[in-house]
Design a protein around this ligand. Structure first.
Ligand code: VAH
Length: 317
């Protein structure tokens, strides 16, 4: 029998594409999209949609009851750059929304939860190259702290109450269907848009800043694969390391320049440079590959080809 799914934060960068994919798999009427507002009208009008503030326990509880929800994807969060501007709001949203969903599951209302963690759980004392699944995590951003603490609570609720909560430490994610918001890796999306629109881009990170990244199609594939994996196969209930490609702003610039020879870039690092410098440059995701057969499909060249093709349609219809 198809799951009845609620996506909280469906209008975000990942939520937008996750909603479409889950509706393709489970049927439109079995996937309730929700967000705090109706800012993405195409998504709002694409199937069942409810306005839900992720900080409002009763709103989530009532929606789950009214729609007999058995699976929740909690995608609402304030990301790294925004979290540094509004630390208490980031703590409030990122933590209380997680507690609401975990407690509903503990009470038996929800059977399965997906909650996104991030490579932001790592900090400057973490080994930067091929960062292992189990290692030092001393994050220096509010966002990273919320993800580190959230991972501990997910593992606790699984061990103590048997809650089937699953999580991935997403790297930076690149997509063309919805813009990211308030992240340090957002440059890797902006650069493609600016290459098509203006032929030049001022990058807010320095040219040799290597970060773990992933094309959105791979991120969605990984999320679905993890959620469909048999519970007994899963050895990690905090959050799985996940990786696909690592690249620098210089690498992505050169990849675009192969398609757009006149494209130009300048580098003007801002406060986000310090955040990026605190994160790993590459990730060991061997546990995800062993537990649930993770394997990426897109390398940098394949991602650039798709991004430029789709954005050319968007800006030069
Ligand atoms: C951010 N895109 O930049 C998010 C992500 C790994 C980074 O969590 O904050």
């Amino acid at each position: 029998m198809s799951s009845k799914i609620l996506i909280i934060g469906a209008c975000g960068q990942i939520g937008t594409e996750l909603t479409a994919k889950l509706r393709e798999i489970h049927g439109v009427d079995n996937v309730i999209a929700s967000d705090i507002n109706t800012r993405k009208l195409d998504l709002v009008n694409s199937g069942p949609f409810e306005i839900i503030d992720a900080k409002n326990f009763n709103a989530i509880k009532d929606c789950c009851k009214n729609h007999n929800i058995d699976t929740v994807y909690l995608m609402a969060a304030l990301l790294s750059a925004t979290g540094e501007k509004y630390p208490m709001e980031a703590w409030d949203l990122n933590m209380n929304s997680l507690f609401h969903v975990l407690n509903l599951a503990k009470g038996g209302n929800i059977k399965k939860i997906f909650w996104p963690s991030s490579i932001a759980v790592f900090g400057p004392t973490t080994p930067r190259e091929n960062t292992p699944q189990h290692t030092i995590c001393e994050p220096t951003t509010v966002y990273g702290i919320t993800k580190q603490v959230g991972e501990r609570w997910c593992e606790y609720y699984n061990n103590k109450y048997g809650v089937d909560v699953r999580s991935i430490r997403y790297p930076g994610i690149i997509s063309h269907k919805a813009m990211p918001g308030g992240g340090t890796t957002d440059y890797a999306v902006e650069i493609y848009h600016e290459a098509i629109k203006n032929g030049s881009y001022e990058c807010f990170l320095s040219e040799n800043t290597s970060l773990p990244m992933m094309f959105m199609e791979d991120a969605i594939k990984a999320t679905i694969n993890l959620m469909e994996a048999p519970s007994e196969q899963l050895t990690i209930r905090s959050a799985y390391n996940l990786s696909a490609i690592s690249f620098t702003p210089k690498d992505i610039f050169e990849s675009i320049k192969n398609h757009l020879p006149d494209f130009e870039i300048t580098y003007n690092p801002d406060f986000r440079q310090a955040i990026a410098d605190s994160w790993p440059s590459s990730i060991d995701d061997s546990v995800a590959r062993k537990d649930w057969n993770w394997k990426e499909s897109f390398n940098l060249e394949a991602m650039t080809t798709v991004m430029l093709k789709e954005l050319k349609k968007k800006y030069n219809p």
